[in-house]
Write a protein that binds this ligand. Sequence first.
Ligand SMILES: O=C(O)CCC(=O)C(=O)O
Ligand SMILES: [Fe+2]
Length: 368
Amino acid sequence: MYSAAENAAAAAAAAERTAFRGAEKRYKLYKTLPHRPKSRKRTTTGTKPTDLSDVVDFKAVLDGFAGGRDLPPGILRFDCDGFDRPVFCIEDRPGFFFIPSALTIEEQCYWIRESLATFPQPPNRANLTAIYGPIYGLFNAAQNQKVLIETEDTDTLVDHELNGSKSSPHSQKFLFAETSDVHRVETCKSIAALALLKKLRWSTLGLQFDWSKRNYDVSLPHNKIPDALCTLARKMAVPALPFGEDFHPEAAIVNYFGPSDMLGGHLDDMELDWTRPIVSISLGCKAIFLLGGKTREDVPIAMFLRSGDIVLMAGEARECFHGVPRIFTDDDHAEISAILSQFSAEDDRCYADYIRNSRININIRQVN
Ligand SMILES: O=C(O)CCC(=O)C(=O)O
Ligand SMILES: [Fe+2]
């Protein structure tokens, strides 16, 4: 006879031993301990090299295919009438599609801007909403070195009206102040907007996903997902749809990854119709994506996700565990130089500084 605590501990230990967990450990970022040479004061933190030889590289697959070379074993070209770019799939993961370089650099930069400046705006919720209430103009405040302060001043309301936002019990408590407003910054609890931007982990568009219940809460106020995102997702979803059928985007989750963030293995099972794909867009630093099988015991397939790649998961692939164990922010692997040159203007410095160390994923879903 085992106690509930012992059973839970045994289950947790078993989860640690699954093939999926093994792959996560293989690919996750290992920081080497800070090294302080005796002769110099500077401390250096490195990263342990990872063996990437088993990671499927769809860019190489695309280049090889364009050059007339054979596809690697288990990778197939998916022929899709009327779809204007190469799509690949994996023999033993039906319903999974990979569209390498689906977006141009200009399109990638457009969606990076939207993900940072527009998508986290209320009524869309973000991980920061639970702590600070609705935050308006976070990116703009970060660009202008503002500071979020907690206040119950009576003039707060006026400030908010000037910002063009509606007041709410929450929005009366937090507002952005100029760093030069020393009195406020020093007398109130405060956090720099830039530091807050780095704490942004997710925002939700369209029907709002409630992470605590792991379900959509249709009662939460929301805007329709932006038309341009809807159009893009519908166009890209075509390879994963039964012929002549349509995809109706109703929600999107935007994930923001910092240098040591990962997304653990999971299923997205809160949407009604699994024949409809999840359309998943990668932006910014390169990542490793693990596509497992229907149990955590199945050995996952690791692949690179680069900025501009789009992945579709529909049908059986919706039952497959998946996750992102690692993003690359080092110069050799991040592969973001084209984005950085696009953001080279002084006005875009905040975008460049953000994306240099980050990855953004927008995944679009039909809920009903
Ligand atoms: O970041 C990614 O590429 C995958 C995101 C994902 O699986 C999710 O948000 O459910
Ligand atoms: Fe997912």
